[in-house]
Write a protein that binds this ligand. Sequence first.
Ligand SMILES: NC(=O)C1=CN([C@@H]2O[C@H](COP(=O)(O)OP(=O)(O)OC[C@H]3O[C@@H](n4cnc5c(N)ncnc54)[C@H](OP(=O)(O)O)[C@@H]3O)[C@@H](O)[C@H]2O)C=CC1
Ligand SMILES: N[C@@H](CC=O)C(=O)O
Length: 421
Amino acid sequence: MIKIGLLGFGTVGTGVYEIINNTENNLRILLNKEIEVSKILVSDINKKRNVVVSKDILTQDPLDILENPEIDIVVEVMGGIDKAYEYMCLAFKNNKHVVTANKAVVSKYIDKLLDLANKYDRGFLFEASVGGGIPIIKPLKQSARINNISNVRGILNGTTNFILTKMCDENLSFDEALNIAQELGYAEADPTDDIEGYDVKRKLAILSSIAFNNKTDVDSIMCRGISSINKVDIKMFKKLGLVSKLVGSAVSNDNNYSASVEPILLNENSTFTTVKDAFNIVSITGNVIGELQFYGQGAGKNPTANAVVSDIFDIVTGQYKRDDFVQNGKLISADIDLFKGRYYIRVSPSNKNDVSKILKLMDLDKLKYEILSMNEDLIVITDVINADKIEQFVSKLNILEKEYCYMRIEGDIMNLKYEAK
Ligand SMILES: NC(=O)C1=CN([C@@H]2O[C@H](COP(=O)(O)OP(=O)(O)OC[C@H]3O[C@@H](n4cnc5c(N)ncnc54)[C@H](OP(=O)(O)O)[C@@H]3O)[C@@H](O)[C@H]2O)C=CC1
Ligand SMILES: N[C@@H](CC=O)C(=O)O
């Protein structure tokens, strides 16, 4: 009998519980072993839950799981950083395998957790931490063994992709779309992590740590989210034949790497723009394999729980490997021309007389631009510039973040639908 201790019984935890207890699936037959969830850690044992579960297996004491000699595998799906890390460390020290969906902890402590797993000769798997239900960690590890990977890029957050899709296709406001994403269980406990791009930053750090065989420091990743995009922007993107996506990219070039998370504007025919709702896509490029793309549901109960259970499966069947990467790195943060391009800028000053001041500021900064709209909002597209130039300009605007939005336009925009002026 394999006994599982679940740390957390929210969206993902209940999904894992249901898959394991679903007698119709053939998990037990495939494993040739009995498997059960024998204890579940929650923060409030009396909370009303949508899942039927015996109160006896719920606990508020983590030691009921971490120091329980009968438990073989600890599944951490509670979120947060410090407590989750502390519990995972204790689980290894008590000779338990660990499976987690927690990208915040994995991105920060991947090296330490792998060391502990190796020290205690236990499995440490985190497939669900990136891309929800998409199998990406395992194939990436396999590809990185044979290839030099030069590029990892993706739409890595279900919540923000859902918001952008609903704003574009159903004309919902940002807040309306975010509320639905929260109701559907896609968003993090604090959705700021989603909308400001921190969640993508963490996922990208995990992917690039594996791809480039070195630990990527989450804080070295330049990051901007989508919170300033509004209905005016979406309307203009449509006129221009462009679609906004929050994209994470990491590029490795000899011993340098550069990584960023930014909202970008893509041609409406590009592969990434076909990725809608909470779906994610990850593209990796290796010197032997070329480009590989992985696509699927990036958030939500069942897809994520599926990834967690497939890790449990690999541990029970011994199909996990010792991972020795993320040590002794040579990579340094480098300024590769990732952010060069034409930029869409919208400024909506509360005082409309400020528009002429803003145009003067652009001229002073020697920004070359084409005006698309000057009515309620000033909207321009710049010539090709570097991100630092735009950041310099924006920092002088001296207005609230909600009052402006800028995004790099990717690729050839000669065929923009909209004729300026
Ligand atoms: N939701 C998703 O689509 C995805 C989530 N993830 C990751 O999976 C993890 C879990 O996410 P999700 O299921 O959405 O989170 P939820 O907020 O839905 O659930 C969290 C669960 O953990 C319990 N919990 C939280 N903190 C503590 C604590 N300190 N002590 C004891 N119990 C605690 C809560 O208890 P109680 O029920 O009593 O409140 C709850 O059962 C996160 O790391 C998230 O980033 C990864 C991929 C997708
Ligand atoms: N909040 C995350 C959940 C999955 O990782 C997302 O929206 O992608």
